[in-house]
Design a protein around this ligand. Structure first.
Ligand code: IFM
Length: 443
């Protein structure tokens, strides 16, 4: 099999605002739901929070240099909504807009295409106080927020991402409660899912209204379900429902204007006349995040008739406990190819947390991360060789950062961050990725 990527294959890198920016008290930024969640005892490991994070708010120029040094040509970053609209609606924080404006100019000066993500989980707390994603008014709030960014920054944005991982927002934030806002209400989570889809469609229209030719997409971490080997027959029927929940609820209405039949009874109460027609929108590219295979088993008495199961022991795992399985990544690309009309796909996140122990000289020889990237990039080449329209790849992530409920314990970066000094040290995986990008091929 070829180890080369096709000419024109795009290499970028991804980060998100709350995970790296810090600057929580600076320049009029409002509070987000993650500030509140982190301040709630027991929610986040070690009581960590994103108030300083990687201090990217002050060190962004150095970070953009690192991206350029990698040889990447585009950068997916996200806007922190409460930094530009502290109350979520109404008054604009000009200093916040200026920050992102400088950041975007900094990208362009370095030859990096700005890929702007509107929402990577840091909802203004003021909107949460009004019901957040469960309140249908959010469609207007999100539309106004999008309008602000399009009119103020849109002249320089090369691609728009409406949402990062709406399924995580709905299910992990509102059903499992393991993410902000920490709600555990399956019915509310369904409502949230529908509102997220409406917001994606609204934002797409707002952007297209100003810039009809600029690509717009959304990013989904697709889950491929597997049964445990000893329960293959008993649990096989659960796979379709599991995938409908994690993938179909967000893909089907956008691509086909309908929800998966297996979940329609759960979502129907939240749908109003005209919603499905509104949600069906042309997707210029599909952002795909993929990390691990999802093993499930039957569960009783829960909101869904399945629960997560530990993957079989024969898998190697990352520090998150996630099984490493390039074949699962391949399968998700094939689902998009076979079931969703083979849209142009950008891998917007992929990577692993590993125990990165600096050597005496400070260097980090993260061979396990390199092996992970090699396996997953080989899977990408395989899907591509079979016709999947994969256009580019963005590792997660540029920097070690605030890994949500895991705080700073888990490190995903190509670049190590010393959280005491804020010193950045590129790891061996950074050099590996730089070589892959410069040769447009795996070594
Ligand atoms: O860090 C997260 C990111 O914010 C969203 N996708 C998964 C990553 C690793 O957990």
């Amino acid at each position: 099999m070829t180890k080369s990527f096709p000419d024109g294959f795009r290499w970028g890198v991804s980060t998100s605002s709350y995970q790296i920016e810090g600057g929580a008290k600076d320049d009029g930024r409002g509070a987000s739901i993650w500030d509140t969640y982190c301040a709630t005892p027991g929610r986040v490991a070690n009581g960590d929070d994103g108030s300083v994070a990687c201090d990217h708010y002050h060190r962004w120029a150095e970070d953009l240099d690192l991206i350029k040094g990698l040889g990447a040509t585009h950068y997916r970053f996200s806007i922190m909504w409460p930094r530009v609209m502290p109350e979520g609606t109404g008054k604009v924080n000009e200093t916040g807009i200026d920050f992102y404006s400088r950041l975007i100019d900094g990208m362009l000066e370095r030859g990096l295409d700005p890929w702007l993500c509107l929402y990577h989980w840091d909802l203004p707390q003021a909107l949460q106080d009004r019901g957040g994603w469960t309140n249908r008014d959010i469609v207007d709030w999100f539309g106004d927020y999008t309008e602000l960014l399009v009119t103020r920054l849109g002249d320089r944005v090369k691609s728009w991402v409406t949402f990062n991982e709406p399924n995580v927002v709905a299910w992990v934030g509102h059903e499992e409660g393991r993410h902000a806002p920490g709600i555990t209400d399956p019915r509310a989570a369904m409502r949230v899912a529908h509102h997220l889809n409406l917001c994606h469609a609204r934002a797409t229209r707002v952007i297209k209204n100003h810039y009809p030719d600029v690509p717009v997409g959304f990013v989904l971490p697709m889950h491929k379900g597997y049964t445990l080997p000893h329960r293959r027959e008993q649990d096989a029927h659960l796979i379709d429902l599991f995938e409908a929940k994690w993938n179909g609820v967000f893909l089907d209405p956008v691509y086909y204007g309908r929800y998966p039949e297996l979940i329609i009874d759960r979502i129907e109460p939240h749908i109003q006349d005209g919603d499905l027609e509104a949600i069906k929108t042309k997707v210029d590219f599909q952002g795909l995040n993929q990390y691990f295979p999802s093993y499930i088993q039957a569960a009783e008495g829960a909101a869904w008739p399945f629960k997560h199961a530990q993957p079989p022991n024969y898998f190697r795992r990352t520090e998150m406990g996630w099984a490493i399985d390039g074949d699962c990544f391949y399968q998700t690309m094939k689902i998009l190819q076979d079931d969703y009309g083979n849209p142009p796909v950008f891998i917007t996140e992929n990577g692993g947390a590993f125990t990165d122990i600096p050597k005496a000289n400070g260097q980090i020889d993260d061979q396990d991360r390199i092996a992970y990237y090699t396996e997953y990039l080989e899977a990408l080449l395989r899907a591509k060789s079979e016709g999947a329209d994969i256009r580019g790849y963005m590792p997660w992530s540029l920097l070690d950062n605030f890994e949500w409920a895991y705080g700073y314990e888990k490190r995903f970066g190509l670049v190590h961050v010393d959280y005491t000094t804020q010193k950045r040290t590129p790891k061996a995986s950074y050099d590996f990725m730089r070589k892959v990008i410069s040769q447009n091929a795996l070594p």
